[in-house]
Design a protein around this ligand. Structure first.
Ligand SMILES: [Zn+2]
Length: 350
């Protein structure tokens, strides 16, 4: 039988993903390969597929924690990192800033440097095969209090130049931001970038604190900022990017339906909006799906979607020269794609 012809797919305009949790990228097929090993935690449900459907935000947090209990060590993290690199490559993602919470695994005795070495090695292997660059943001678990952030700062100090920044996620209403203020200040003095989940489940107050108390450079989600005009004005004035994750908001019931999602209001308020996948496997989405959601569920026009794609590049912590190069390449390939489409339309009418 003759071999199938090789199709040359044109290169995709580059995208950047700036809000994705490594632990939330474990796909169901990957989880199944890790599931049936001796010594599995007896408290886990019998069906791994049940971890991918959530009735509430607290149930999602529970599922997230259960997935992390299946990850046993550096080898598993290397596999998951490789899976993520390949998935991002297929979606045209050139660079990703990825959350990872080592404190979860260190509590079970897994050494941080072994995890980081395995993950970085996986990234290098995939980079050599056209995969994206990947930078790690150590994400603290808010409900565990300041000790976790201290551990993350110690981790970053032990791996100079290998950690991009620190963040805080989890249950926004559990521990006040003031308890993490000194950790964020210390991170800055170490040259780390700082981000914070806020205004997802909690209201505008949480975003105010992330900005004024923690000094976060970007806000994870931040969608409830639209409830406070003064806060919107501050975000606009300071040009703080929001890392909006629409499908995540729907799956965790932060919004009841697509019509309730405030992304269009944030855009018209002049706030910098980026779009990201958050926990793509656990929310059954991807960055590409999120951009389709903008068009077909949230009613944004092509120009608005393109602007958000570019904003993802601009809001990243990549060096300025890399951003310029990515933006140039984005414009060139989008323009090429547009001309290609117009040509195809022209031929249809002949
Ligand atoms: Zn998140």
């Amino acid at each position: 039988m003759a071999p199938a012809p090789v199709r040359n797919t044109p290169p995709l305009p580059p995208r950047v993903e700036i809000h994705v949790h490594l632990e939330g990228t474990v796909t169901l097929p990957r989880l199944r390969t890790l599931w049936d090993r001796p010594g599995r935690d007896a408290s886990l449900p019998s069906d791994p597929a049940s971890l991918y459907r959530h009735r509430s935000f607290s149930e999602f947090l529970q599922h997230f924690a259960q997935v992390t209990r299946i990850i046993r060590g550096p080898e598993d993290l290397a596999l998951i990192t490789s899976d993520l690199c390949r998935s991002l490559k297929r979606q045209g993602v050139a660079a990703a800033e990825v959350f990872f919470s080592p404190v979860i695994f260190m509590r079970r005795g897994i050494p941080f440097m072994e995890m980081l070495d395995a993950m970085d090695e996986a990234v290098l292997w995939e980079r050599a095969r056209g995969g994206p660059t990947m930078a790690w943001i150590l994400d603290g678990v808010r409900q565990w209090g300041p000790r976790g952030l201290e551990t993350h700062l110690e981790c970053a100090a032990r791996a100079p130049g290998r950690i991009l920044g620190i963040g805080i996620g989890g249950d926004e209403r559990s521990v006040p931001a003031s308890q993490f203020k000194s950790h964020f200040a210390q991170a800055r003095s170490m040259g780390l970038r700082t981000v914070a989940h806020a205004g997802e489940f909690d209201g505008p107050r949480s975003v105010w604190e992330a900005l004024e108390v923690l000094g976060a450079e970007r806000i994870g989600h931040g969608i409830r900022s639209c409830e406070d005009p003064e806060l919107l004005a501050l975000l606009r004035r300071r040009k703080v990017p929001l890392e909006v994750c629409p499908t995540s908001n729907l799956r965790t019931r932060v919004v009841a339906c697509w019509n309730d999602h405030p992304i269009a209001r944030l855009i018209s308020a002049g706030v910098r909006v980026t779009v990201n996948s958050d926990d793509p496997a656990l929310f059954r989405t991807s960055l590409s799906t999120e951009f389709r959601v903008l068009r077909y569920r949230l009613g944004l026009g092509t120009a608005q979607v393109r602007k958000i794609e570019r904003e993802g590049i601009r809001a990243s912590f990549l060096p300025a020269a890399v951003k310029r190069e990515l933006l140039r390449s984005f414009r060139r390939l989008r323009e090429k794609g547009r001309r290609g489409k117009e040509r195809a339309k022209g031929q249809e009418w002949r």
